[in-house]
Ligand binder design. Structure first.
Ligand code: E4P
Length: 218
C-alpha cells in the first residue's frame, strides 16, 4: 500500500519524506488555507519534495473553468495530480484530463456508486472519505470494501486512495481490504511506528547494554 501524507505543511512533508516511506502528498483548499501560503508557491515547493503524485485541487465548480484551472496547475510540475470533486462537472473534467494523460484524483467520494462513476471517468485515484463517513453515522470501511469489490469485478485500474483517515486502525483496515493508497495526517503516520512494547523493549536492551560497558563504534 502506498503512503501519502495529507498536509500542505512543508516541515511535516520533509520529515515524512526523510523516512523514505513517502509515496506522495495530498492537499485540499482547507489544508492550503491552514498553511497560510500562496497556493501556487507552496504546491511547487511540495512537488520538489517527492517524486510521487501531489494532489492540487481545482476550486471552480463548472467544467470549463475547472479545465482552465487544471491547465494552470499542471504546469507547476510533472508530478501534479489534479484533484476534482465528485460532481458531473468534476467527472467531465476528469475524463478530459485523463484522456490527455494527466493524473486525476476524484475527491469527496461517499458512495460506491460514486466510485464506480469515477472509475468510468478514468480517474487515476478515487478518494473515499472514511473519517467523515464515520462521523455521519456510516461505516467508512464498508465503503472501501464495496469499492474494492466493484473495481476488482471489472478490473478498473483506478486506485482506491483512502482519505479522511483519523487513526491507525483506519490504515490497518484499509490495508486488509487491499486499498491501494492511504493518505494520512502526519500524526497518523507517526502513530503507525509506535508500540508500547517496542519502547519497553528498547528501554530494557539499553539498560542491559549499559551494564556490559561496551561500545560498537570504537
Ligand atoms: C484528502 O485528499 C482529503 O482532502 C482529506 O483526507 C480530508 O480529510 P478530513 O476529513 O480530515 O478533512
Amino acid at each position: 500500500m502506498k503512503f501519502f501524507v495529507d498536509t500542505a505543511d512543508i516541515d511535516d512533508i520533509k520529515e515524512m519524506a526523510a523516512t523514505g516511506l513517502l509515496d506522495g502528498v495530498t492537499t485540499n483548499p482547507s489544508l492550503i488555507a491552514k498553511s497560510g501560503r500562496d497556493f501556487m508557491e507552496v504546491t511547487k515547493e511540495i512537488c520538489g519534495l517527492t517524486d510521487g503524485p501531489v494532489s492540487a485541487e481545482v476550486v471552480a465548480l463548472d467544467h470549463e473553468t475547472m479545465m482552465k484551472e487544471a491547465e494552470v496547475l499542471r504546469k507547476i510540475a510533472d508530478n501534479v495530480c489534479i484533484k476534482v470533486p465528485l460532481t458531473i462537472d468534476g467527472l467531465k473534467t476528469c475524463k478530459a484530463l485523463t484522456n490527455d494523460g494527466t493524473m486525476v484524483n476524484v475527491t469527496l467520494c461517499f458512495s460506491a456508486n460514486q466510485a464506480l462513476l469515477a472509475a468510468k471517468a478514468g480517474a487515476t485515484f478515487v478518494s473515499p472519505f472514511v473519517g467523515r463517513h464515520d462521523d455521519n453515522g456510516f461505516d467508512g470501511m464498508e465503503l472501501i470494501e464495496d469499492i474494492r469489490l466493484i473495481y476488482d469485478n471489472y478490473d478498473f485500474e483506478t486506485e482506491i486512495l483512502v482519505a479522511s483517515i483519523r487513526h491507525a486502525t483506519h490504515v490497518l483496515q484499509s490495508a486488509k481490504i487491499g486499498a491501494d493508497v492511504a493518505t494520512m495526517p502526519p500524526a497518523v503516520i507517526k502513530a503507525l511506528f509506535k508500540h508500547v512494547l517496542t519502547d519497553k523493549g528498547i528501554e530494557g536492551f539499553m539498560a542491559d547494554w549499559a551494564k556490559t560497558g561496551q561500545t560498537i563504534l570504537r
